[in-house]
Design a protein around this ligand. Structure first.
Ligand code: AP5
Ligand code: MG
Length: 211
């Protein structure tokens, strides 16, 4: 199955895509992680990917789709993948048509009031990429990654300004994406305002249809 998971910042894309990956044996490809791993890449505008994403701004379709296409070509994606964070607007959805066939687009719908609380209290592991929430999904030992013991950090774009910036451009994009894939009958909506476990229950119901 080739699945896309979308939603505003803090909707739970990474959290739920990780669970899908573990339960259904497909790799989780995060567009944000791909870009964070290529921060030194210089884009056509002369800015590095790092400068763009740390400020909460979108990277161009050209750069993001090139990186994605290369990643999805790797053999671990031959039997499917769960892709989080691409496409974000219509031009990227059109680019996606050239990259891979998609079975379903799962949209996690979340209210803005939940976004800030989720993102300002998120902590990530700079070593292995695991992520936590200080209140809703805390590590066993304070500030330390359960998986590899590394000290947890905050993402550079998880400031109030970085979050506001991301919400602004993503809100418009997600409506374009909805229209694009609704025409193809691929949209699956899930209420992302519930607890992590409740969202997971609903996500599994959707994923079962495509497994
Ligand atoms: P990306 O890394 O994708 O950031 P984002 O879209 O802003 O989304 P987040 O990762 O912040 O949130 P999430 O939905 O994954 O939530 P999570 O599961 O972590 O992209 C970063 C940047 O890269 C972009 O700003 C842009 O610059 C660039 N970029 C990426 N894709 C691009 C593209 N296609 N084109 C161009 N540029 C692109 O959850 C958040 C927190 O909440 C966690 O702490 C988690 O534990 C907690 N949580 C999760 N679910 C729940 C729940 N149900 N209840 C309570 N807490 C929860
Ligand atoms: Mg994420």
């Amino acid at each position: 199955m080739n699945l896309i998971v979308l939603g505003l910042p803090g909707a739970g894309k990474g959290t739920q895509a990780d669970r899908i990956s573990q339960s259904y044996g497909v790799p989780h490809i995060s567009m944000g992680d791909l870009l964070r791993n290529n921060k030194d890449f210089v884009t056509d505008s002369g800015e590095t990917v790092g400068e763009i994403i740390d400020a909460g701004n979108p990277v161009t379709t050209k750069t993001s789709s090139q990186l994605l296409s290369k990643r999805l070509d790797r053999p671990d994606c031959d039997d499917g993948f769960v892709l989080d964070g691409f496409p974000r607007w219509k031009e990227q959805a059109e680019a996606m048509e050239e990259i891979a066939d998609i079975d379903a687009v799962l949209i996690l719908n979340v209210d803005e009031e939940n976004i800030y609380e989720r993102l300002t209290k998120r902590r990530v592991c700079p070593e292995c990429g695991s992520q936590y929430h200080l209140k809703y999904d805390p590590p066993e030992e304070e500030r330390v990654c359960d998986e590899c013991g590394t000290e947890l950090v905050q993402r550079e774009d998880d400031t109030r300004e970085g979050i506001k910036e991301r919400i602004e451009w993503q809100q418009e994009g997600i409506e374009e994406i909805r229209d694009f894939y609704e025409d193809r009958g691929l949209i699956e909506d899930v209420d992302g305002n519930q607890s992590i476990e409740e969202v997971w229950e609903d996500v599994q119901e959707v994923v079962e249809k495509y497994d």
